[in-house]
Design a protein around this ligand. Structure first.
Ligand code: GLC
Length: 671
């Protein structure tokens, strides 16, 4: 049962799209604390057995207990363990244990979740403003609560099937020639590949919706040429619009008042990739429609997918910030050489990016109201992606396009997926990737993934291989790395056989992964589940954080430590370990419920098949278009006749409910 509590008069976020009855007063399950200046906090006691799920793209574990989190979309490429915020704000939590209770705080401003951080036995939620909506959700289990939640926020975005292919990216392939050479390296090494990303350098001076004629001449021809190679190009779109006379996007936006304003009505300016930029006011529906239509120029060239970036919005600096630092330096006392003085000095410079003061210095026009940005900050990236999603719906009502974003809020899950931003080539970020998947699913984000191999820092061969061995299960499977780091394409680490084997296995798994993904979208369920959801009575399974169920048939237990040759795994029921090398099973063993140790070399991928479940695999191919779903190998571990409902469609149109889209696969009882 979902109940809505309204506080003050919040801006409508449109996260929840199904009407829910509003209850007067306060939620009985929570203690309400009156904070200063009319702000409210809600708290409740956490019992020892309680697990707290949720928060989507947040640092920490699957169980969120023990940390302090702040929902405030942040461009922070150095997300170490103590960080409170990342790029997305997904204010849903579920308490599972002594009771089952879900809470969604619908609020575009900052919200703090103290989940047993100050007091290990107390959970406190504190919105930074007095205007918000709180939903409480009661149900028989966490999965039931999440299902109810997903019903009220609307169906998740569904990516085209080609977006399940392996995708290669780097900041930045600067010329068409460089893209051609990346593609031919992959093809030469027979490593499957479906898409290559165009980062900011495809543009002319980082101007959205332009293509550099010098570096990417005859762009539409190039897009066609790549399609003939089986490759889709996916360009980046940044939130900031370059201020430059004669640039149509800038001029139209200025003329129509579509940019965010300072309080005095002038257009707000921040420094981002193109230099001085304005931010389109995506919260204004007219500006949103205008910006969305701009994607057409690239769609007309044959582009079928986009990634929206820098949409927290990220700011390197503002003129106001620079002035402050300048005045600090003017008064700088050189005679004071104390450490504190030094720290203050460095903080001044490093604090120029993404200053909270700057987020409080510009405004949006929302349904006739002038609203200060920091009060709706978390809705910005969501509405940028909504701009694109709504335009795609009009331009191509029956075609699925790839779309995902860095910054997000619940509601955006209807328009696109997300990638989890600028991680690092650290083993701990491989673990974070694993733990985030179910939390993201809980909040409606099903098409998602991390930069495999890590974005910042220098990647190593072993890290990339182990990370890919997880990435083959995530819907978005993209290798992406930062400018200045070691080259990270799978062809750059000597012998590429191991990469070919792991990525080919991904292609073999696509019938299953795509089927599980589509069913999860269509039925408002999770594709990645913590073990506790399937085995609620199993006290050990309840606390396993480094193994996941992927769909109904398999469990994964990735190796996430450098130089490890194996790991322990907990099986909540009898399962069959399938060890793949070169996309073929090279070892298999039935293991009984309990703890086990298994080994897997760098070129091997372990998959745990559940008893009486079925895993369909196709033959590998170098592109998703070449996969044959008609000819499937059925892997099973059964003692009776079993079936699997395979969802399959044309992968591109929106005819999801066609009767032919579901096929029952059967394996007979063994003799
Ligand atoms: C941001 C993005 C990253 C991209 C870079 C350059 O840091 O998160 O993915 O490569 O900008 O566009």
């Amino acid at each position: 049962m979902v109940t809505r509590y309204l506080f003050g008069s919040p801006v409508e976020t449109e996260a929840v799209i199904t009407p829910v009855e509003t209850s007067q007063g306060f939620p009985p399950a929570l203690n309400v604390l009156q904070q200063k200046e009319g702000l409210l906090s809600f708290s409740c006691k956490l019992e020892e057995e309680d697990i707290v799920y949720g928060l989507g793209e947040a640092p920490g574990g699957i169980n969120k207990r023990g940390h302090l989190y702040e929902s405030f979309n942040s461009d922070d490429p150095c997300h170490t363990e103590e960080k409170k915020s990342l790029y997305g704000s997904h204010n849903l939590i579920v308490i599972d244990g002594s009771r089952h209770l879900g809470m969604f705080v619908d609020c575009g401003a900052s919200v703090t979740f103290d989940i047993g951080y100050t007091d290990p036995e107390v959970l406190t939620i504190s919105p930074s403003v007095g205007d918000f909506v709180l939903y409480t959700i009661e149900g028989s289990s966490s999965e039931d609560i999440l299902h109810q939640f997903r019903k009220i926020i609307g169906r998740s975005y569904m990516a085209p099937r080609w977006a399940f292919g392996f995708q290669q990216s780097r900041w930045s392939y600067a010329t068409a020639e460089e893209v051609r050479s990346v593609v031919s390296d992959y093809r030469e090494h027979h490593i499957p590949l479906d898409a290559v990303y165009l980062d900011i350098d495809y543009m002319e001076d980082y101007k959205d919706f332009t293509v550099s004629e010098e570096r990417f001449p005859e762009f539409d021809e190039f897009v066609r040429e790549m399609r003939q190679e089986g490759i889709r190009l996916v360009p980046i779109i940044d939130a900031g619009v370059k201020i430059e006379d004669g640039y149509d996007i800038f001029e139209e936006g200025k003329k129509n008042g579509y940019f965010c304003k300072r309080q005095d009505g002038t257009d707000f300016v921040a420094g981002v990739w193109p230099g001085r930029t304005h931010f389109p006011d995506f919260l204004n529906k007219d500006a949103r429609r205008w910006f969305g239509e701009k994607y057409k120029c690239l769609l007309d060239c044959g582009i079928e997918g986009f990634w929206n970036d820098m949409n927290e919005p990220a700011m390197f600096f503002t003129e106001e910030g620079i002035k402050k630092v300048k005045s600090y330096l003017a008064d700088f006392d050189f005679s004071d050489q104390s450490a504190n003085h030094y720290f203050e000095l460095t903080n001044q410079a490093s604090g120029l990016a993404n200053r909270r003061e700057d987020y409080a210095a510009f405004y949006h026009h929302i349904h006739g109201k002038f609203v200060r940005h920091d009060l709706v900050h978390n809705l910005y990236g969501y509405n940028m992606t909504r701009a694109a999603g709504e335009a795609f719906e009009k331009l191509y009502p029956d075609k699925r396009l790839l779309l995902f974003s860095r910054s997000s809020y619940i509601g955006m899950h209807r328009y696109g997926g997300i990638w989890t931003g600028d991680n690092q080539s650290w083993w701990s970020h491989l673990v974070l990737n694993l733990k985030m998947m179910p939390s993201l699913n809980m909040c409606g984000f099903l098409y998602c993934g991390a930069d495999l191999g890590g974005f910042g820092s220098h990647c190593t061969r072993d890290l990339l291989l182990r990370w890919l061995a997880l990435g083959i299960f995530t819907p978005l499977m993209r290798n992406h790395s930062a400018y200045g780091t070691r080259r990270q394409e799978c062809t750059c680490f000597g012998d590429s056989k191991a990469f070919e084997g792991i990525i080919s296995l991904r292609y073999r798994l696509i019938p299953y992964l795509y089927s599980e993904y589509m069913k999860a979208c269509l039925e408002d369920r999770l594709m990645f589940r913590p073990l506790a959801f399937q085995y609620p009575e199993d006290k050990i399974a309840r606390h396993i954080e480094d193994q996941l169920l992927v769909g109904e048939s398999i469990m994964i237990a990735p190796i996430v430590e450098q130089n490890a040759v194996g790991r322990t795994v907990y099986l909540p029921e009898d399962m069959k370990l399938l060890l793949f090398r070169d996309a073929q099973v090279v070892r298999e063993k039935i293991l009984s419920k309990g703890w086990h140790y298994f080994e897997a070399a760098l070129d091997e991928v372990p998959v745990f098949l559940r008893k009486n479940k079925l895993l369909p695999l196709c033959e590998p191919a170098e592109t998703t278009d070449a996969l044959d779903f008609g000819n499937l190998e059925l892997m099973s571990f059964n003692d009776r006749e079993i079936t699997y409902l395979l969802y399959d469609d044309d992968g591109l149109s929106k005819n999801y409910r066609m009767p032919g889209n579901q096929r029952l696969l059967t394996v007979k009882e063994p003799d």
